[in-house]
Design a protein around this ligand. Structure first.
Ligand SMILES: Nc1nc2c(c(=O)[nH]1)N[C@H]1C(S)=C(S)[C@@H](COP(=O)(O)O)O[C@H]1N2
Ligand SMILES: [Mo]
Length: 320
């Protein structure tokens, strides 16, 4: 996002399509589905190339009709080849590099101001939750957007599982740290690991969603497997990928982009077409896939669900 020479809306021509990555993935998922359904793969075992995702049997999940959308879905091929995942590089074509991330075993830590801190394996965690599909808008601060069929569960259910104390006012989330696999993390000027935060009220709003899958199957690595956030009323950078830790805290967390460039990226980052970024307008967005430019809307169209969260915060910089 700090690249100054290229405007984000000029990048689409450079989208690369490493199609082979996805074709191979489909083939091996199909080939190994039988093994998975026999329960031969334990949640704590590393996946070898060719092993199926241990939660494959949960997909496709039932659609939650409360979260549909009037826009066309972004084709999977477009979405899967245009990503922000700075751990694997600052360009949009990081999909191939992301495949190096090993998403099993994957342990998630819950700590801070909770009744009892604990760790849990990702597959055990996912099986405690009830998966559903939701169609969400996704609006990057760089003025492009998509519409994505995410699969996952309500973040508020995860908060309930963690049993925060009343002193917890914020939920801080962190991405894995592994510079051997994620070459971008060798760039020492970034404040790794990627960190994000929400207020407890935001985290327990119905719209806040934990993503485990997309397009009817377990999430591709470039989407932030095995666990990523989707808070569609906020700019995309709030939706942290490949989470390993949830910390409940009384102190407002400082997020990755806020730490890097506080004059440009804030804690709240709610979508608002009338509040420009320091270096570009937020009035419109380029819809990936069609590349049509359409007006951006307040709270990315989710004002009915979330505007109340901010009604007593007029003095806060809510839209950056
Ligand atoms: N860990 C991590 N999470 C991240 C990012 C990142 O670089 N690292 N990029 C963010 C940004 S800027 C956006 S727009 C979305 C992109 O999600 P997508 O690639 O699924 O569209 O992920 C967000 N989550
Ligand atoms: Mo973004």
């Amino acid at each position: 996002m700090l690249v100054k020479s290229i405007r984000p809306w000029d990048l689409s021509e450079s989208m690369v399509t490493p199609e082979h990555v996805f074709i191979n993935r489909r083939q091996f998922l199909a080939a190994s589905a039988a093994t998975a359904s026999l329960g031969l793969i334990g949640g704590g075992t590393a996946l070898a190339a060719g092993d199926a995702d241990p939660t494959l049997d949960l997909y496709p999940a039932k659609k939650n009709e409360a979260y549909t959308i009037k826009r066309d879905l972004t084709p999977e091929r477009v979405n899967a080849n245009y990503n922000n995942f700075y751990e694997f590089g600052s360009q949009k074509g990081v999909a191939a590099a992301c495949q190096a991330l090993e998403t099993r075993p994957w342990e998630v830590t819950f700590d801070g101001e909770v009744e009892t801190a604990f760790k849990i394996g990702i597959d055990e965690l996912i099986r405690k939750m009830s998966l559903e599909e939701r169609l969400y808008r996704h609006r990057c601060v760089e003025a492009w957007s998509m519409t994505v069929p995410w699969t996952g569960f309500a973040l508020k259910d995860l908060v309930a599982l963690a049993k925060p104390l009343s002193s917890a006012k914020y939920l801080e989330m962190k991405t894995f740290m592994n510079p051997d696999v994620a070459g971008g993390q060798r760039a020492t000027w970034y404040p790794w690991p990627y960190t994000e935060g929400l207020t407890i009220e935001e985290a327990t709003n119905d719209l806040a969603f934990m993503v485990t899958g997309a397009y009817g199957k377990p999430a591709a690595k470039q989407f932030g497997a095995p666990l990523r956030l989707a808070v569609p009323w906020k700019y995309g950078f709030k939706s942290i990928k490949s989470i390993v830790k949830f910390t409940f805290t009384s102190k407002r967390p400082k997020s990755f982009w806020e730490d890097l460039a506080p004059a440009e990226y804030g804690f709240w980052a709610n979508v608002n077409p009338e509040v420009p970024h320091r270096r570009w307008s937020q009035a419109t967005e380029k819809v990936l896939g069609t590349n049509h430019r359409v007006p951006t809307v307040l709270y990315n169209g989710y004002g009915d669900q979330v505007a109340d969260l901010y009604k007593d915060m007029k003095s806060e910089p809510l839209f950056m």
